[in-house]
Design a protein around this ligand. Structure first.
Ligand code: PNS
Length: 160
C-alpha cells in the first residue's frame, strides 16, 4: 500500500521526520509530497526543501520513501500518482479542526480518498515549521526542533 505525506516542509522538523519514519514502517511505499508554494514567503526554495528531505531519508536508510513535488490541488497529485491515501499529523486539537475540513474537501474532490491521521509524538507536539521560522528570524537555537543536518543548513544560510 502506498501513502502520500504532503506538506510545505519549510523547514523539515523533527516532528516531520518522526512521522515519515513511522509511515515507512506501516506502508509499503511513502511519497513525501512537497508543496511548491510560490506565493508563500518560503525560507527554503523547493529544491532546498527536497534536498533536505532526501538527505534525511538517506541518513535514516528509509528505502521505501520517495520525494515528489506538487502544485495546485493535492487531490490532482494523488490522482496522477494513483494513490488514495493521505497521511497528516495531528499535534493538538486545533490541528484536528483544521485538518478535518481539508480531509473532507479532499474526499469530496476525489471519491474514495482517505486521510489517515497520526498523533504526533508528544515530544514534538508543539513544534511547527512556522514556529521554527520565527526562531530563525531572531537567530535563536533550533537544536531541539530540527535535525543536526537541518540546523547546519539553517546556520549556513541565515546565521551569518
Ligand atoms: O505543511 P503544511 O503547510 O501544513 O501542508 C499543507 C498542505 C500542503 C498539505 C495543504 O496546504 C495542501 O494540500 N495544499 C494544496 C492545496 C489543496 O489541495 N488544498 C486542499 C483543498 S481545500
Amino acid at each position: 500500500m502506498k501513502i502520500i505525506y504532503p506538506g510545505s516542509f519549510d523547514p523539515l522538523t523533527l516532528g516531520h521526520i518522526d512521522l515519515i519514519k513511522r509511515l515507512a514502517k506501516m506502508y509499503d511505499e511513502v511519497i513525501v509530497a512537497v508543496l511548491i508554494n510560490d506565493n508563500k514567503n518560503s525560507l527554503f526554495t523547493l529544491e532546498e526543501r527536497e534536498e533536505i528531505i532526501k538527505e534525511e531519508i538517506e541518513a535514516e536508510n528509509l528505502t521505501n520513501v520517495s520525494i515528489k513535488s506538487f502544485d495546485g490541488l493535492l487531490v490532482n497529485f494523488a490522482k496522477k500518482e494513483d494513490v488514495k491515501l493521505i497521511a497528516r499529523g495531528l499535534r493538538q486539537v486545533t490541528d484536528y479542526e483544521y485538518e478535518k475540513n481539508i480531509a473532507m474537501f479532499n474526499a469530496e474532490l476525489y471519491e474514495g480518498l482517505e486521510t489517515i491521521f497520526l498523533l504526533s509524538n508528544p515530544k514534538y507536539s508543539f513544534i511547527s515549521s512556522s514556529g521554527v521560522r520565527e526562531v530563525i528570524r531572531f537567530k535563536g537555537d533550533v537544536s531541539t526542533f530540527v535535525s543536526s543536518n537541518v540546523k547546519k543548513k539553517i546556520e549556513e544560510n541565515f546565521y551569518k
